[in-house]
Ligand binder design. Sequence first.
Ligand SMILES: [Zn+2]
Length: 299
Amino acid sequence: MYFVNYSYYVYKNQQKKGQTQFTNVKSNVLSTLLLFLGKMNYSVLGFFIPFLSMWVAVLIKNRMCRSILIFSLLLLVGCKEDSTSKKVEEEPREVQVVDSSKIEIVTRRTFKSFKGMADSTFVRLADYNDGFAYDLRYATDNNFLKAQVYDCAECYTRVKTVKALIAANTDFRKRGVKIKFFDCYRPNSVQYKMWKIVPNPQYVANPVKGSIHNKGGAVDITLVTLDGDELDMGTDFDFFGKRAYHDNLDLPQEILDNRKLLKETMEKHGFWSIRTEWWHYNLASASNDQIANFKWNCN
Ligand SMILES: [Zn+2]
């Protein structure tokens, strides 16, 4: 570009000195052309260069000026080539195709710590361990009350109960099974709701006296395989009848074995059972705790 402008400068000087041999019309046309060349995009310029070269060579009779112009035009062709090759470099040369099925997504959950927490604090079990299964029946109407008494399905209980449950579940998982919860801590206000629906101490604990569920020390559970299939315990949860009794031995051996595994492992970790409900376990150390009415947030 410098040479194009220089050519124009030489031409103008010649014009001032009266040395130019161009006619006025020819001079104006040439000066316009030179300015136009200076502003043109190189790629567009490259297209016109052969025509322009021929035309300019015919017009210019001054040898020196002609040589400079031809040299400038040749240089412009070189610039154009450089510009083209630069564009090629900018284009992506290689596209890497990754098979998405081979990407391993590693998710690592972080759990809360018990550090500095009192054993009596109410916590959400799922915040401390994800090795359990849940079917919290009182958050649905699939229960003997035929009514939903919890606003949402959450398993809260006291820290000491959570610790004992995690320890028991660690043992269960070594045997290829895990705990599934039907119910955990139950606020005293929910006990009142249940009592209102079924005011019969044979099925529902009197809320004034409360149950160990209200103290955060009881859980209703069964066992499922690690894939989530329930082990046969002989009856559904909250089946009130002799078939659900621990001392009913008139049952298939598989059911007795499943109940035995549940009972012996839970007892090993500080829980005791009640005779009439195979699913109910109390943490022994929670018996003297206060009835609570802590309510969890459903949002
Ligand atoms: Zn229970």
